[in-house]
Design a protein around this ligand. Structure first.
Ligand code: PDD
Length: 286
């Protein structure tokens, strides 16, 4: 089955799917995006992802290219064309194609909309969750508006590559006060020795992850104590457990930070339970 991409009104074979060289996403990273899990052919937490998309668009003053109902048709059709059972849907909206000039393009310039879907290996992800991942810490050198899900991800790209260069899977950004903000493409969590789950509040400084929101709900239903507050790297090193969350990996245990093991260096029961319960609480669409 060949892959199909949606590009500005057309469904095109993935290999031929292209945008113009003067797309503002290409030239200025002037756009926003969403990544949504596809599970058994259905989108997970679509409503929340579309709400966050609308907020991101409003924050950078791009008018939605179509109504939510029309966008829903595009998402369903792209999913249908690709026949992906388990995977990820990627959606990107940029300020459109215009002669290169930093200020906004002339009124009437149409935003560009691209949607792609790819399959993922669920068994492989499950196997990774069984062993957990290593993270490294890097200083957070991003702009202040990381609450907007923009496609300007260069610091995240460099951080993730640094992690890879050091044999780790994810990088945790650390702010000037020595507190962990979030991962390069994940939210960061620990379970402290007393048993509470700690994650940074989703005010400014992190992306308000959809997976994070659902995991907070799962944790509350499980009767776990939740503390939304910043935590430091030394506190994380003394934690009982650590994990990251994102649509791409749901709940992924972290077993090592900067080469030092967390607890016994194996995934813990809280991360396991949250992962196992996640899809019972998430909204899984038609
Ligand atoms: N990233 N923090 C950052 C910086 C992210 O890029 C992401 C998601 C998250 C988790 O958000 P959510 O739970 O809504 O996926 C937190 C996506 C998956 C990506 O860029 O691939």
């Amino acid at each position: 089955m060949s892959r199909i991409a949606y590009v500005n009104g057309r469904y095109i074979p993935h290999a031929l799917a292209m945008v113009h060289v003067e797309d503002r996403g290409y030239q200025f990273a002037d756009g926003v995006y969403e990544v949504c899990e596809v599970r058994e052919g259905r989108l997970v937490d679509k409503r929340r992802h579309l709400e966050r998309l609308a907020r991101s668009l409003a924050e950078i003053r791009i008018a939605p290219p179509m109504s939510n109902a029309a966008l829903d048709v595009v998402l369903r059709e792209t999913l249908r064309c690709n026949r992906v059972r388990d995977g990820l849907l990627y959606l990107q909206i940029t300020r459109g194609v215009a002669r290169r000039e930093h200020a906004f393009p002339p009124p009437g310039t149409k935003p560009s909309l691209v949607v792609t879907v790819r399959a993922s290996d669920r068994a492989k992800l499950e196997a990774q969750a069984e062993t957990g991942i290593a993270v490294v810490t890097v200083s957070d050198n991003r702009w202040e508006r990381v609450d907007i899900k923009t496609i300007g991800l260069l610091p995240n790209v460099l951080a993730r590559q640094m992690a890879r260069d050091r044999g780790a899977r994810e990088a945790w950004f650390v702010d000037k006060e020595g507190m962990v903000t979030e991962g390069a493409s994940t939210n960061a969590w620990i379970v402290v020795p007393a048993g509470a789950i700690v994650t940074r509040p989703a005010t400014l400084g992190i992306l308000k992850g959809i997976t994070r929101a659902v995991v907070l709900e799962v944790a509350a239903r499980e009767g776990l104590t939740i503390e939304e507050r910043p935590f430091s790297v030394p506190e994380a090193l003394k934690a009982r457990e650590a994990f990251v969350t994102a649509a791409t990996q749901i709940v992924m245990p972290v077993v090592e930070i900067d080469g030092r093991k967390i607890a016994d260096g194996r995934p813990g029961p809280v991360a396991r339970a949250l992962r196992a319960r996640f899809h019972a609480v998430a909204e899984i669409g038609p």
